[in-house]
Design a protein around this ligand. Sequence first.
Ligand code: DC
Length: 236
Amino acid sequence: MSSERTRPIIAIDGPAGAGKSIVARRLAADLGFTFVDTGAIYRALAFVARQRGVATDDAGALGKLAQELVASRSLRFEFGGTGTKVYLDGGDISPHLRTSDVGIAASLCSAHAEVRDAFLDLQRELGDAGGVVFEGRDIGTVVFPHADVKFFLTASPQVRAERRVVELQHKGENVSFNDTLNQVQRRDQLDSMRAVAPLRRAKDAAIIDSSSLSIDETVLLMSQCVRAFDFSSDEA
Ligand code: DC
């Protein structure tokens, strides 16, 4: 573990719909750690960009907007046990962020180096003290390459699409399986093919395929892995 931290950082990366959020939140609760959902940062940017008429392919304007949001502290995040809350200038924008449209827009916005650079320090500050479970796409590769434990959580596109359909049905949205599967595959492609910080497994990340695992089983597996680590014996 790094000399500045006294508690570990756990990185969970993986494709959209693999169950990272719920699993990361539950794992953090089990360990008594904080949970940070980094996708919420990119979703918030995509939402504000749309409000302000900034196009998802305008790297310069998006980078400036991201910098401005960080510098002005207009965005506030609460990564709690029941879900992530995001406030823009004090107003709760969380209910608008979990839609498929915002997911795709976040994926497009997050492909620009200018945007990723603007959010790097913010994410690192959130992990300063350690004792954090981070969930995202590039946590183990870029944001915290020296994270103490790294997981790459995945599941087949079909299983991820099925889970997404059920999640949206619970919210009262009726979506077709095929449309959802197309969206899942489109996001996989966008997130993995981008030039900057693409979604890929860190060499030292444990792969967990949750296709046939329940949430409980996945959390148990991860927490056993984390508890098997002797953090105190790591080099400073
Ligand atoms: O995890 P999510 O679905 O809320 O993320 C939304 C998008 O944000 C995702 O498609 C890609 C981007 N993202 C990213 O590029 N890097 C992260 N660490 C987290 C999310």
